[in-house]
Design a protein around this ligand. Structure first.
Ligand SMILES: Cc1cc2nc3c(=O)[nH]c(=O)nc-3n(C[C@H](O)[C@H](O)[C@H](O)COP(=O)(O)OP(=O)(O)OC[C@H]3O[C@@H](n4cnc5c(N)ncnc54)[C@H](O)[C@@H]3O)c2cc1C
Length: 467
């Protein structure tokens, strides 16, 4: 589809009625801002919606949902625009974009925050950190709060405080029928269960209320790099060392070519490296003690693990994942870092060609695993590590080869897959979504879907069809 074909899909009379009361911006293919607003983070996605309804508040969301359902056109919901498979934009349909809804209000005494759906993690962290507080959020600061939260939410604080959904106190939602619902432990609690992991299946979240925790403002954090040749020994050492780590420590292990960033010495640029990225969410001195044995392993090529502001650490990976590059992604959870898993990681990590492809795994456990598996729709709380295999390229050139590399890596790990985090799925089909939730939760989510979105208006997502 192109912009001209997209433009003719909309009923002009109905649109005029919508625009009479709409406080945000209605963007059509003929408008100068159309390209800016139809683009999503993943540059490999190039879709042409008929209308982008950039909502100014909950009333605009209600009006946009009613307009969209009466038009019968496909509906995509966008907040931060970071869906890997580009599910927040569609061809010929309506994008309900919550990006302009940026309200944040913090109650420092109660340690809570109310956050509108268009807020990005960097924006929320900067605000809560001005009170010395934070909640579990993603590791790239330009990711949206809304999509990340509804899928579960992992990040530097999850081992200490739990998933992002474990911090949720309530969600304000507009259903497919255009009705407002508040979901919490005491109101529409069945819906609240489903919203904590079930993604955008049940409606459009306009506002979230989170629990906050004292964090930082300084944390001991950052990457320590070793030459790739030391990866087999390092990963075995890491397995033992991380198993004893306190919940305050969250680590990620990354294999990639060292980026040409100012803090990376020139001689390392483009060299394959393995890095352990740490974040100790507790007193700096305690963190130093915990990290000391890791620093002493082998001969690190570069050690950037140091006291820094939590907000700065949250942006560590921002420049590695800018808007507009081509991103392909495969993910899985594993129960342990067995010798076989390490061998796969080392072998396929050495085959990285693109300077921006990488493999990383998040260390799980801690507070995530202490919440009961059935308490929320999120599945796989007992996973030990979550793998991200990123086959990326700045332009179309070489992208297919990177996708092939990511697929081959993922397939080699297949014997060790346990679960998969739903926010780390590409367009992988219905059976894979079912696997992600497990049969029991999937059926419970389907029953909820029948109640809140029986005609599957919200289907451009990791979809749980009602029938
Ligand atoms: C660079 C990058 C880093 C990431 N890092 C992490 C990480 O550290 N931890 C982690 O847990 N995940 C991470 N993710 C995955 C992330 O959680 C998902 O991509 C998430 O969907 C992004 O949310 P968004 O609002 O930015 O995306 P969008 O593309 O706007 O939305 C994605 C989907 O979420 C749903 N949705 C969005 N907003 C709403 C809403 N208001 N109401 C109802 N449904 C909605 C829709 O189905 C939509 O298709 C990362 C992704 C990227 C691209």
């Amino acid at each position: 589809m192109n912009a001209i074909q997209a433009d003719i899909q909309v009923d002009e009379t109905a649109l005029a009625e919508l625009s009479a009361s709409f406080t945000g911006e209605l963007v059509r293919p003929r408008d100068t801002t159309y390209d800016e607003h139809r683009r999503v983070w993943n540059g490999s996605i190039d879709r042409f919606p008929a209308l982008i309804a950039r909502c100014g508040g909950a009333a605009d969301v209600v009006a946009a949902v009613r307009f969209a359902t009466s038009s019968g056109l496909p509906v995509a919901v966008r907040s931060g625009g970071h869906s890997y498979p580009g599910q927040s934009v569609c061809d010929g349909g309506i994008v309900i974009d919550l990006g302009p809804m940026k309200g944040i209000s913090v109650e420092p005494e109660a340690r809570t925050a109310r956050v509108q759906a268009g807020v990005l993690w960097g924006e929320l962290d900067r605000t809560t950190q001005s009170f010395g507080l934070a909640t579990t959020g993603g590791i790239v600061s330009h990711t949206g709060v809304a999509g990340l939260t509804l899928g579960g939410g992992i990040g530097w604080l999850h081992r200490r405080h739990g998933l992002t959904i474990d911090q949720l106190l309530s969600v304000d939602l507009i259903t497919a029928g255009g009705d407002g619902v508040k979901a919490s432990q005491t109101e529409s609690s069945d819906l609240f269960w489903g919203l904590r992991g079930g993604g955008g299946n049940f409606g459009i979240a306009t506002e979230f209320e989170f629990r906050l925790h004292p964090v930082g403002p300084s944390v001991l954090a950052g990457p320590i790099f070793w030459p790739i040749e030391q990866a087999p020994g390092l990963l075995r050492f890491y397995r033992e060392w991380s198993a004893e780590a306190p919940d305050e420590l969250m680590t990620m292990v990354v294999q990639r070519k060292a980026p040409p960033l100012p803090f990376v010495p020139r001689e390392l640029h483009g060299e394959l490296v393995v890095a352990v990225v740490c974040c100790y969410a507790g007193p700096i001195e305690d963190g130093e003690r915990v990290v000391r044995p890791l620093r002493a392993f082998g001969s690190p090529a570069l050690d950037l693990c140091e006291p820094k502001s939590y907000v700065a650490h949250q942006a560590t990976f921002d420049r590695s994942f800018p808007h507009g590059w081509r991103y392909y992604f495969r993910a899985c959870d594993v129960a342990e870092l067995s010798d076989d898993v390490i061998d796969v990681m080392v072998e396929h990590g050495r085959r990285i060609v693109s300077p921006i492809s990488s493999v990383a795994f998040f260390q799980m456990g801690g507070a995530v695993a202490r919440v009961g598996e059935s308490e929320t729709a999120f599945n796989g709380r007992d996973a030990a590590f979550t793998f991200n295999i990123n086959g990326n390229s700045p332009t179309a050139e070489g992208f297919e080869a990177e996708r092939g590399w990511a697929r081959a890596f993922w397939s080699a790990l297949q014997p060790y897959h346990t679960s998969v985090y739903v926010n780390f799925l590409m367009d992988e089909g219905r059976e894979r979504i079912r696997q992600a939730y497990g049969a029991g939760k999937y059926e419970r989510l389907r029953a909820l879907k029948r109640t809140y979105d029986p005609t599957n208006v919200f289907r451009l997502n990791q979809n749980i069809p009602p029938d």
